[in-house]
Every structure is written in structure tokens, then in C-alpha cells.
Design a protein around this ligand. Structure first.
Ligand SMILES: NC(=O)C1=CN([C@@H]2O[C@H](COP(=O)(O)OP(=O)(O)OC[C@H]3O[C@@H](n4cnc5c(N)ncnc54)[C@H](O)[C@@H]3O)[C@@H](O)[C@H]2O)[C@@H](O)CC1
Ligand SMILES: [K+]
Length: 510
């Protein structure tokens, strides 16, 4: 896992490195600036010029160090200090003197030459210390960077593109759009969450001497980015002497007339993700259609018709006997009693449960029904479903994804998977995991059903939450990425993910 640090946590890590390892802050800045210079050099054209724009804080100090290294390497470099130079931090001042010692003095911003193809602009205006929208000379400078980039210059951002808020990944207007962002020490939410991630370009994290130990000292919500090896290592090993009972039996409560495909996709993705057995419980008129999708799917009819309600409790409890995981929601017939039914069911069984789609909409009417759940529960809302669960708009959800997911998980004591670009997996009272896989081609009907099936299968195989959830999300996104190479973003459909999962498992079982 990659640790993802907020601006405050970065300051704590810096302090810990100084106090515990005696790392002087000047040395951290020296390392940061050197790495920044290397990144700038790596994207420059032959004979290209480097324009280094420095702000008043330590981000500007990193820029001054980078300028010195570029000069030392014989490059053509121009530097500008933007804003009030009287406000420079002491470290930045020291590096200004050092730069002048190399014979280069900063120029007025207005006196800088134009930049174009082959040239590199180093954006060291603001980093994690940005407090408000850039205005005046800073807004002018950011506008000029955009113009130079349109003219063909490349932009490398020091730590965070200037104008982008490090903790929320929300850009102010204006904001630098970078080709490369050099993340110092640790990645930040701005690098990992949208819309910030798209403004960063290629993110290159570099060690600057903070040391892995320093993360132990940081306080507040813990954010992580899941890496492929984490998900691969979480998978259960298939033993030679095992049988279908070893890998769990998933009960899928899903589907209704017109939505039998949803139930089939949950069941098939659970089967394609290692579950030993999969049974679908649904209304009698839907069941034959669900089972007709594949002979491996078993079925239990839920007597009656119409929406699921309290009258279905005993049949569902009986269906759950001997099962190792429950997936409930995709395509179910929902009515006024469905939420209460889910609450009663979860209060009477201990199997781990995945609630998705209309099961979420049903419990959104009264979230208290989930408080009595005996077993571990994972909710997998997309932003619209999360808005219903949280009682706000989808826009509000998207603007506060980390906080919303963590609060819901904590208040209901469950795991929450908030879907969307960079899906978040939040555990109650603790960690939030950011998933890097997946693509816009997966914004198509049924991909959520496939995810809940993968998650149910991993739970049935004994992987605990939240690990089962972040492993499922990673694998599902990677399946989409691998299949997008064959189908294109436009052509990708949910059942392609069933094939894609096969590619993921073969890649990981090697
Ligand atoms: N934390 C660490 O361990 C390290 C941090 N370093 C650098 O230090 C940066 C953070 O430095 P600072 O905390 O000094 O912050 P910044 O350099 O990001 O900016 C803070 C300065 O800008 C001003 N400011 C903020 N928003 C403004 C706005 N909209 N308009 C005008 N002025 C504004 C502040 O008053 C302050 O003077 C990091 O991003 C990184 O680049 C590196 O030097 C290496 C070590
Ligand atoms: K910057």
C-alpha cells in the first residue's frame, strides 16, 4: 500500500524526520529540488530552455534549488520570483542566495521570454501550503503557464500543480495543468483523487529523506492507495486437496422480471471469482430466466410476487442456511417493506453481506435497520445511491468523497465502497483505501453487479473486510482495464468483465 498524506500529515512527517532522524529541513528541500530538476530535464527537448516560477513558500524554495541544479548541469535557465519577495521563507532565502552565487538572479515575471516546444516550465508557485484561490500576479502567472503549454512547452509541477488543493483534489480557478508532477516524499490526495489526478499528468513520487518511519507519527484519517501486489497477495491460494465446499457458497438475492440479467451477472462473476457454489434466490417468474444464463447457477424460488417484504424473511433465512456470503440488491423488486426485511435478515444471520443497488435504496429510507446487523456488511453505492444514503445531492457527495465514505462507514459500523473514478473503500473509524484501476469504459450498465459478485465470492472464500472489498474493487477495475484494450472504452460492456476477471486471475496466479 502507498500511504497518501494530507498537508498536515506532511508537516508532521517532516517534523518527525527532523526530530527522530536529525534530517535538516534544508536537506529535504535540497533533495526535493534535485529530483524536480531531474524530472524537468527528462521531458526537455534538445537545447530547450527551463523557466522556473517560484512562489513565496517552501514550494518556491524547491524551485530555486531545481534552478541551481539545472544551471550546474549547463542548461539555459530563467527564474522568476512571483509575489512579494519579502515573504520568502528562511530556507527559500538561503537557496535564493545560493542561486545568485551561481550567477543567476531572478527576473521580473513580465520580463521572462516566451516558452514553446522543447522548453520546460517548472511550476513552483504553491504546494501543500495553498490557502485560497490564486489572484493577481499569481493568477497571471498561472494563466501564462497555460499559454506556454498550449504553445508546446512542457510543465513540471513541484509537489502539487499550483492552484490544486492538496487535501481535496479540487482545483481553484485558475489552476496549473501539468505534464509531470513530482510528489515529494509521499503522494497526496490531489495526486490520487479526481479531478486533481487528471491535472497532475504523470505523477512521479520521489524519496527526499522523510523515511518510511515518519508516517508512524502522523495523526488523522489514514489514506492508502492500493497497489497490485496488495490485491494479488490477498487472494486465497487454491490447494490441490480442496473441494467445492472449501471455497464457500454465495447466496445471491437479486433479479426480477426485466432484470434477470442483473442476477445472472452477480452469480456468474461470483462463479468466475472462485466461489465454490452460487445460488440465486428470486421470485418464481424470474428464476428460470436467471438460471438459463448458465448451468452452474443454482436457484431457490421466493414464493409470492411483487416487492420483497417482511413475508420473505423466513424463506430467506432458510435459503441462507449453509451459505458463506450474501449478495443482495441488484434488480430486486423493491417496496415499502424491503428495507425492514433487509434489517431483520441481517439481524438474524452472521454471514458477511454485500448490499448493492436497490438494497441500498431500500435501507436509505431508514438507515437504523443496519445497526443491528450481526455479521460484517459492505455497502457498494455509486454516487447517486450514496446521495440517497447520506441525504444530500450527488454533487455534494462527489465534492467530499473521502469524508462521506468514512462517515457513513463509521456511523453504520460497516465497510463502504463508494464507486466512481478512483473508487474509495472506507472502513469504520479508520482507514480509507483508494483504488487506482478502472476506466471510463466501465460506466455502463451491469458493471456494479459484477463487482458485487466478485466481492461476495471473496467473502465466501474467507477474506475479511475491508480486504475483500479492496481486493474485489482492484480486480474488477483491472479486468476493465485489460478488456478495454480489446473492446475500446466505447465497446466495453459488463459481461466483458467476466472474461477480464479470467485475465486478472491468470496474471496473479502465475
Ligand atoms: N513537508 C515537507 O516535508 C517538505 C516540503 N517541501 C515543500 O514545501 C511545500 C509546502 O511549503 P509551504 O508550507 O511553505 O507552502 P507553499 O510553498 O505551498 O505556499 C505557502 C505560501 O504561499 C502563501 N499562499 C498560499 N495560498 C496563497 C494564495 N492563494 N495567494 C497568495 N499566496 C498564497 C502562504 O501565505 C505562504 O507564504 C511543499 O508542497 C513542498 O513543495 C519541500 O521543501 C521538502 C520537504
Ligand atoms: K507547485
Amino acid at each position: 500500500m502507498q500511504r497518501v498524506l494530507t498537508a498536515n500529515q506532511m508537516r508532521e512527517a517532516e517534523k518527525a524526520a527532523q526530530d527522530q532522524h536529525g534530517m535538516p529541513s534544508g536537506l529535504l528541500m535540497e533533495n526535493a529540488g534535485r529530483a524536480l530538476a531531474e524530472a524537468a530535464r527528462s521531458i526537455a527537448g534538445a537545447g530547450g530552455r527551463f523557466t522556473v516560477l517560484c512562489g513565496p513558500g517552501n514550494n518556491g524554495g524547491d524551485g530555486l534549488v531545481a534552478a541551481r541544479f539545472l544551471l550546474e548541469g549547463g542548461a539555459r535557465v530563467v527564474v522568476s520570483l512571483v509575489g512579494d519577495t519579502g515573504k520568502l521563507t528562511s530556507e527559500a532565502k538561503r537557496n535564493l542566495q545560493a542561486l545568485e552565487g551561481f550567477g543567476e538572479s531572478p527576473r521580473a515575471f513580465e520580463a521572462l521570454p516566451e516558452a514553446g516546444p522543447g522548453d520546460v516550465v517548472v511550476d513552483a508557485l504553491f504546494g501543500t501550503g495553498l490557502k485560497r484561490a490564486p489572484e493577481g500576479v499569481f493568477a497571471d502567472a498561472i494563466g501564462t503557464v497555460a499559454r506556454w503549454r498550449r504553445a508546446g512547452a512542457k510543465v513540471v509541477a513541484a509537489d502539487v500543480p499550483s492552484g490544486l488543493q492538496s487535501d481535496t483534489a479540487e482545483p481553484f480557478s485558475p489552476c496549473v495543468e501539468a505534464d509531470v508532477t513530482v510528489a515529494f516524499g509521499f503522494v497526496k490526495p490531489a495526486h490520487e483523487l479526481e479531478p486533481g489526478a487528471s491535472l497532475c499528468g504523470d505523477v512521479r513520487r520521489v524519496d527526499i529523506g522523510l523515511g518510511g518511519e515518519s508516517t508512524r507519527a502522523v495523526s488523522g484519517a489514514e489514506l492508502f492507495r492500493v497497489e497490485e501486489k496488495d490485491a494479488r497477495e490477498a487472494l486465497p491460494k487454491r490447494r490441490a486437496d480442496s473441494h467445492k465446499g472449501t471455497y464457500g457458497h454465495v447466496l445471491v438475492v437479486a433479479g426480477s422480471p426485466g432484470k434477470t440479467g442483473a442476477a445472472a451477472m452477480v452469480a456468474l462473476s461470483a462463479l468466475r471469482s472462485g466461489a465454490g457454489l452460487v445460488t440465486v434466490a428470486t421470485r418464481p417468474e424470474a428464476l428460470p430466466w436467471v438460471m438459463a444464463h448458465s448451468p452452474e447457477i443454482m436457484g431457490i424460488p421466493l414464493p409470492g410476487d411483487g416487492p420483497l417484504g417482511k413475508g420473505d424473511l423466513e424463506a430467506l433465512k432458510a435459503a441462507l442456511e449453509g451459505k458463506d456470503a450474501l449478495v443482495m440488491g441488484p434488480g430486486i423488486p423493491r417496496g415499502p417493506e424491503t428495507g425492514a426485511l433487509i434489517g431483520d435478515l441481517l439481524a438474524s444471520v452472521e454471514v458477511p453481506a454485500v448490499l448493492d443497488a436497490d438494497a441500498l435504496n431500500a435501507v436509505a429510507e431508514d438507515l437504523k435497520v443496519l445497526r443491528e446487523a450481526k455479521g460484517p456488511v459492505v455497502l457498494t453505492p455509486h454516487p447517486g445511491e450514496m446521495a440517497r444514503l447520506w441525504g444530500r445531492t450527488t454533487k455534494d457527495v462527489q465534492a467530499h468523497r473521502v469524508g462521506v465514505a468514512l462517515n457513513l462507514a463509521t456511523s453504520l459500523n460497516c465497510t463502504v465502497v463508494l464507486k466512481g473514478s478512483r473508487t474509495l473503500i472506507a472502513e469504520a473509524g479508520g482507514r480509507v483505501f483508494i483504488n487506482p484501476t478502472g476506466n471510463a469504459g466501465m460506466a455502463t450498465g451491469g458493471t456494479g453487479d459484477v463487482l458485487s459478485g466478485v466481492c461476495g465470492a471473496l467473502l465466501a472464500q474467507g477474506i475479511p473486510l475491508p480486504k475483500a472489498a479492496w481486493t474485489a474493487v482492484y480486480a474488477h477495475g483491472l479486468a476493465g482495464d485489460l478488456m478495454a484494450q480489446q473492446r475500446g472504452l466505447l465497446g466495453l460492456i459488463a459481461t466483458d468483465l467476466l472474461v477480464g476477471l479470467g485475465h486478472v486471475w491468470t496474471r496473479w496466479e502465475r
